[in-house]
Design a protein around this ligand. Structure first.
Ligand code: GAL
Length: 345
């Protein structure tokens, strides 16, 4: 039996027993274990607090593991992100980690990386219609379901709501909506929940979240009970619109990301809940994964998610609902934010 056949057989047995073996389809054949590993990290943006946190944890962990990280941020622009990735490829990085601004547009970047023998990790956001090697994220459909379940509980299953979706260029925005729809559909069909206004917040910008709620109020007045926002950034924009109308604190607002400002708003009473996605776990796991992939180690993923072209080996990390009641036991206890910062004491 040739080595190749043997490896394929071992891969197959492993995949049946424990999960999917990440194929690293484009990877250079040689292991670079003797050289210093260089990881290319291409981010959509660093404007939101969460991505700064992701970057800092990722870079620190990779450094501890002896790797260098070249970081690029694209300012929510596809052309810039493509140029960033081309620059990282030309610097001969061992592995690329991409948070795509546009999951579809970055398929081309994956192709280019593979042509250069560089494997690619999709970080938190899927890259669609391509052979991306592995996807690491949270269970984003579950995030949407948890938001909607909490909303129903807090409204006792009845009420008028505004829905603010995320950026249409981000696959996650569709997954959050899908999760919300899974839970809300029967209640909407029975007219127990009425969606008076809904729209997509371009590029996840808080000001677009604000515009959507402003538009809802000028079209339908202030007779609604809640805003279901796709993330804390857009929830923040929504709350600004509510504040202008004297509605902040009266209308329930749901977000996700557990950003510091959102946790502060929860304590102050202008936001009702958020979802804690342990970024530390995600970034540490991704940094270790990137180093292992750079060393061309065998990677096993327990799940897979279709991306329009293949079933992408997937690692998904668990999330938690956060309210005023459990802030201390979740965010503070886990050291995600300081008690002092959250409570302003
Ligand atoms: C999504 C991510 C959210 C949020 C948003 C805006 O992809 O799942 O956590 O940060 O991007 O950047």
């Amino acid at each position: 039996m040739s080595i190749r056949t043997l490896l394929m057989t071992v891969s197959f047995i492993l995949s049946v027993l424990i999960g999917l073996v990440v194929s690293q389809s484009g990877a250079k054949a040689t292991s670079k274990s003797d050289d210093k590993i260089v990881i290319g990290l291409s981010l959509d943006t660093l404007k939101e607090a969460r991505w700064q946190k992701d970057r800092d944890i990722f870079v620190a962990c990779a450094k501890e593991l002896g790797a260098d990280v070249l970081v690029q941020a694209a300012n929510s622009d596809d052309t810039t992100q493509m140029q960033n990735i081309e620059a990282l490829i030309s610097r001969n990085v061992d592995v690329l980690v991409i948070v795509p601004h546009n999951g579809k547009a970055m398929a081309k970047a994956v192709e280019k990386a593979h042509d250069a023998g560089i494997p690619v990790i999709a970080y938190d956001r899927m890259i669609t219609d391509c052979d991306v090697d592995v996807y690491i994220s949270f269970d984003n459909v579950k995030v949407g379901e948890m938001q909607a379940k909490f909303l129903l509980k807090t409204l006792s299953n009845h009420g008028k709501i505004i829905r603010v979706y995320g950026s249409k260029t981000d696959n996650n925005a569709f997954l959050f909506k899908q999760g919300q729809d899974n839970v809300l559909k029967p209640f909407i069909e029975k007219n127990m929940i009425e969606v008076i206004h809904e729209d997509w917040a371009e590029d996840w910008k808080p000001e677009n979240g604000k515009k959507i709620v402003n538009a809802a109020i000028s079209l339908h007045g202030d007779n609604f009970a809640a805003v279901l926002a796709a993330n804390d950034g857009t929830a923040g924009g929504a709350i600004q619109a509510l504040t202008e109308e004297g509605l902040a604190g009266k209308v329930k607002v749901i977000g996700q990301d557990a950003e510091l400002v959102a946790c502060q708003r929860i304590i102050q009473g202008t936001q009702t809940m958020t979802i804690y996605k342990p970024l530390k776990k995600l970034a540490l796991r991704a940094a270790r994964l990137a180093v292992d992939m750079a060393k061309r180690k065998v990677i096993i993923a327990k799940e897979s998610i279709p991306n329009g072209k293949i079933d992408v080996p997937t690692i998904a990390i668990d999330v938690q609902v956060v309210t005023k009641e459990n802030m201390e036991d979740t965010i503070v206890k886990d050291g995600f934010h300081n008690r002092k910062d959250v409570y302003g004491e």
